[in-house]
Design a binder for this molecule. Structure first.
Ligand code: MG
Length: 263
């Protein structure tokens, strides 16, 4: 009997609780407005209009309207040598060709984040092997080398092959065209930031397409691209684009249609 009485009490308490809960659920709160498509659409600020470039026989993609032209085939007025003097590479038929006796060349202007377009070509009759075959390089902010090399039927260490972040990260694929044909690099670069005591707060990153094929996908650059030893951290601000005059004995390579967009 006592057991039954306890069970009855339990039922009563349960009913009371459930009725309390259901009374609460019936209370009225303001209802959320139903979502409409336009509630998650915004119209300003409108992105600036940029007229894209076109393909011509002299360039795979001409510069868009907001680009800084670094080389349009006429002269090296945007470039200097290591001493700050006018760059002395050969300019002929809309193309600049490395003069290995004159050393590297650098842009006069310095850059932070950017999108860089550059086309390059090794001679059709190029000779040599591994790193000694059309070697050059594009130094981002004068610090980090993206390798330029003829890797068409030419093997070398993978973190030094065409499109590598030199001695750090190999390219995802080899997208080389034959010697004598033009290769296109499109490089998207984000500059690093540094702590007060000279460490990376954020590392530089690079995305690279060669001939429209992805080689580096937002790759973290670990530090300087040293020929000997490991990457170093060297705090820096904006820097020029440097093109390498490499001492390998093969015939020199050429560049054309170089433009850059600040980001
Ligand atoms: Mg190189």
């Amino acid at each position: 009997m006592r057991k039954n009485s306890l069970a009855l009490k339990a039922v009563v308490v349960t009913l009371a609780c459930s009725s309390f809960i259901s009374m609460n659920a019936q209370e009225k709160y303001p209802e959320q407005m139903p979502m409409k498509p336009e509630m998650s659409e915004y119209w300003t600020p409108q992105p600036p209009i940029v007229t894209p470039g076109t393909s011509t026989s002299k360039a795979v993609l001409t510069a868009p309207s907001d680009a800084i032209i670094l080389f349009d085939g006429k002269d090296l007025s945007q470039w200097v040598n290591d001493k700050g003097e006018t760059a002395q590479w050969t300019v002929q038929n809309g193309v600049m060709t490395v003069d290995k006796s004159k050393g590297d060349i650098l842009t006069k202007e310095k850059f932070g984040d950017f999108q860089l377009h550059i086309e390059w070509c090794v001679p059709e009759d190029i000779q040599g092997s591994s790193q000694g075959r059309g070697n050059s390089g594009i130094f981002l902010q004068d610090m980090y080398e993206i390798q330029v090399l003829d890797c068409y039927n030419n093997k070398t260490y993978v973190n030094g092959q065409t499109g590598s972040v030199y001695k750090q990260t190999p390219p995802l694929v080899n997208a080389m065209r034959k010697p004598g044909e033009w290769n296109v690099y499109d490089i998207i670069y984000t500059a690093p930031t540094f702590t007060k005591d000279g460490h990376y707060r954020t590392h530089p990153t690079v995305t690279l397409l060669q001939n429209g094929v992805l080689l580096q996908n937002n790759t973290i650059i670990l530090g300087t691209t040293e020929y000997v030893g490991f990457p170093k951290t060297k705090p820096h601000g904006e820097g020029p684009i440097r093109l390498q005059s490499h001492g390998d004995p093969s015939k020199p390579i050429s560049f054309r249609n170089i433009w850059i967009r600040k980001l």
